[in-house]
Design a protein around this ligand. Structure first.
Ligand code: ARG
Length: 466
């Protein structure tokens, strides 16, 4: 009986231990953890809190542990709970009791905050780089199809003609704002939390500025309670990621629509589609569909971390251990989606004829006909109502605007003259020559600007990790 009780108790303990362990996922932070510990040990020695030779022994031990991990020789143990304790326990095995000096003037609470900030900074730099690459692919595709006119849509109804390049450059703008958001998120991530201790600061004469310099942080946190319990930088990364995924998902949706038989505007490279086993005519846009689908999980992670944080009293609470898996999955999903999109966009072939033919009748020029009357002195609202009636008539008689005779036009307004036939898709596009408009002149200026932004960004290091 006693024996059985013990056994069950042990099993229950083991279950709780596994439940609490973060090592299955936070082992991913080993590099940041060792980097942080190395800088911390250097600072402790510089401040005379430990001896130089102890610091050297510790740093050598940490270096060897990093090698073990990278060679796959390190045994991660769930009973040691997390990455910090796994590394520290191994340090004891390798260098003996001096290992116990490393955790002076530090707590796992400021240590995990540090690891996560180091990690997030690196991922922000990568994300911004990938956004740039995707922008370049879009610029190339726009450039290659610079004067292709397509129907522009509102409500997915043909509205006004636009240049395909103009449409593609709209995504350039979205990804430009996304980059700015990540740059902005970097500012608040780039703050050193180490030195906050468990929650109140530490009682040793540490040099936080030195650690910040060693680790490449531009600021030091100014409130210890906040520093150990703040996960805003993760929330900001995930919020920015959610917005970027939303943009990618919109692009995905258009790629899916445009490659359908109904639209037929584009063809995606074979590597990015799959055939159907029973319907040979199909080329499924799987990659675009998956990106659209994965957007959901990124939104989910954002909602999860917001919810985890929302009622936590200061300072650290174990709930916060839940921040990691969502962050890791967000980072992985965003990186892979951005990378695969940059390549997929390069394979897109535009079917110029289909794009053009999609504008079946020239009813898409209705706004231009209204503008024509406005230029002849008709107030816009009235011109609009005249053209509405004219369009209804043209549609009912199955004629395009160009097929209507001048006398048919005159049934709607005496102001129409021969020059109404000069209104074409080309003239419509060319007329929209305002900043941000779709005229070729504006689109060429936008392309030049886009290339300039990408060229400047090349020299612009996001942070020292890049
Ligand atoms: N594994 C923990 C986490 O990820 C590290 C900090 C633990 N601190 C503590 N006092 N138990 O949040």
């Amino acid at each position: 009986m006693n024996y059985l009780h013990n056994r069950f108790q042990k099993e229950a303990d083991k279950m709780a231990q596994d439940y609490a362990a973060s090592i299955p996922f936070d082992q991913r932070l080993y590099r940041q953890d060792i980097k942080g510990s190395t800088a911390h040990a250097r600072m402790l020695a510089k401040q005379g809190i430990i001896t130089e030779s102890d610091a050297e022994t510790i740093i050598e031990g940490l270096t060897l542990i990093q090698e073990e991990i990278e060679q796959g020789k390190f045994q991660f143990k769930p009973e040691l709970e997390d990455i910090h304790m796994n590394i520290e326990a191994r340090l004891f095995e390798r260098i003996g009791d001096v290992a116990g000096k490393l955790h002076t003037a530090r707590s796992r609470n400021d240590q995990i905050a540090l690891d996560l900030r180091l990690f997030t900074k690196e991922e922000i730099a990568k994300t911004i780089g990938e956004l740039k690459t995707l922008q370049s692919s879009l610029v190339e595709l726009a450039e290659a199809n610079k004067d292709v006119i397509m129907p522009g849509y509102t409500h997915l109804q043909q509205a006004q003609p636009v240049l395909l390049a103009h449409h593609l450059l709209a995504y350039f703008e979205m990804f430009q704002r996304d980059k700015e958001r990540f740059h902005d998120c970097l500012k608040r991530t780039d703050v050193l939390p180490l030195g906050s201790g468990a929650l109140a600061g530490v009682s040793y004469p540490i040099d936080r500025e030195f650690v910040a310099r060693e680790l490449g942080f531009s600021k030091v946190s100014t409130n210890s309670l906040d520093a150990v319990s703040d996960r805003d930088f993760i929330i900001e990364y995930e919020a920015s990621a959610a917005i970027t995924m939303m943009h990618l998902s919109r692009l995905a949706e258009e790629i899916i629509l445009w490659s359908s038989a109904e639209f037929g505007f584009i063809e995606i490279g074979e590597g990015y589609t799959t055939g159907s086993s029973i319907m040979p005519q199909k080329k499924n846009p799987d990659i675009a569909e998956l990106a659209r689908g994965k957007t959901g999980r990124v939104y989910g992670h954002l909602m999860a971390i917001l919810t985890t944080m929302k009622a936590l009293p200061l300072a650290y609470n174990r709930d916060m251990q839940e921040d990691k898996e969502g962050l890791f999955d967000t980072v992985d999903t965003l990186h892979s989606t951005l990378r695969v999109f940059a390549e997929m966009v390069k394979t897109i072939k535009v079917n110029v004829k289909r794009v053009r033919d999609a504008i079946k009748k020239d009813y898409i020029l209705a706004t231009d006909l209204a503008d024509y009357l406005v230029r002849k002195g008709v107030p816009f609202r009235e011109a609009h109502s005249v053209i509405t009636k004219l369009s209804e008539y043209a549609i009912a008689s199955d004629k395009s605007f160009h097929e209507l005779s001048l006398s048919e036009y005159h049934n709607f307004s005496p102001l129409f003259t021969e020059d109404v036939y000069v209104i074409t898709l080309e003239s419509s596009v060319a007329a929209r020559n305002v900043i941000g408009g779709t005229s070729l002149q504006q689109v060429e200026a936008a392309l030049t600007r886009a290339r300039e932004i990408l060229r400047q960004a090349q020299n612009d290091k996001v942070c020292h990790f890049e």
